[in-house]
Ligand binder design. Sequence first.
Ligand code: AMP
Ligand code: MN
Ligand code: MN
Ligand code: MN
Length: 283
Amino acid sequence: MVDLHMHSKCSDGTLEPEELVQLAKKRGVQVIALTDHDSVDGLERAGKEAEKQGVILVNGIEFSTSYFGKEVHILGYFLDLTDEFFLGKLEELKIERGNRTVKILKKLSDRGLPLTMEEVLMEVTGPVVSRTHVANAMMKKGYVYTRSEAFRQYIGEGGSAYVAKTIISPNEAVRLIRKNGGIAAIAHPKLIGMGREKVLSLIDELIGDGLDALETYYPGYSNEDIKFYEGVCKEKGLLTTGGSDYHGLNREGVEIGDMNVPFEVYEDLKDRFLQRKTSIESL
Ligand code: AMP
Ligand code: MN
Ligand code: MN
Ligand code: MN
C-alpha cells in the first residue's frame, strides 16, 4: 500500500518529515511521497529516515497555481533536487506567499479582524507560510471556531479576505516539473472549483504541457468520482495517483495510508519516470 500525498512542518502539516516516515512505517505504508506546498525542504531529512526505516520515499511537491482565478494544485514526483532553475522558482513562490499573507492581513484588518504578521509567524513551522497558519492564528484570536469557518467566511475562494496566488499557472507548473525530469499530476481534480466539463478541458490543455497523471484516489471521493477519473485516465493515456493529503493535526479525520492506494500505482508512475529518463539518456 502507498500514499503519494502528504505534508510536513515544512509547509502546513504538523509532523516533522522524519515523523511522517515513522508513522508510515507503523501503519504498513510501503511508499510515501512527501508533497509539501511549493517546497522541497523536507525531502532530504525524510529520505534519510526512509532509508533507516525501509520505507520508499518519492521526492514530491504540490504546487499552488492559479487558472483564470481558480486554484489548481499540481503534484510533482521523482524530483531532481539539484535542479537550480527549479529551486530558484521555489524561492520566488515563497516570497509571493509572504507578500500574499501581508495582503490577507490587510483585508482582515479592514474587516475588523486585526492580526499581525508576528501572530501568523507564531503558527508557521517551516520555510513556507500558508493560509492554514493564518486560519490557526484566527482561531487563537477567537475570530473563528474552526479552520473551515476561517476559509469559508474569510480566506478561502469567495471569502471576504481572499487573495489569490497569481504568479504561476498550472501549465507552467507542469512544464517546470517535466523540465526537472519529474512526473506531473493534477491534485484532487474534484476540488477545483469548476465543473467537470471545464476540468476536462484543463486536463487536455495540460496534456499539451506534459501532464502524466490525475489524483484519482483522494479522501472524500465517491466510488463514482473514482470510476470517472479512472475512466478519464484510461481514455487520455494518463496514469492514476492518490494519497491521503495528510496534514497531521491541521486536518482532522485523515490518516496516512487512508486511501489504501495499491502498490501498482507507484510502480506505474516509477516505470514512466524511468523509461523517460532512459530515453533521454540514450539520445
Ligand atoms: P495556501 O497553500 O496558503 O494557498 O493554503 C491552502 C491550504 O489551506 C490547503 O493546502 C489546505 O491545507 C488548507 N485549506 C484549504 N481549504 C480549506 C478549508 N476549507 N478548510 C481547512 N483547510 C483548508
Ligand atoms: Mn495544505
Ligand atoms: Mn491541495
Ligand atoms: Mn496537499
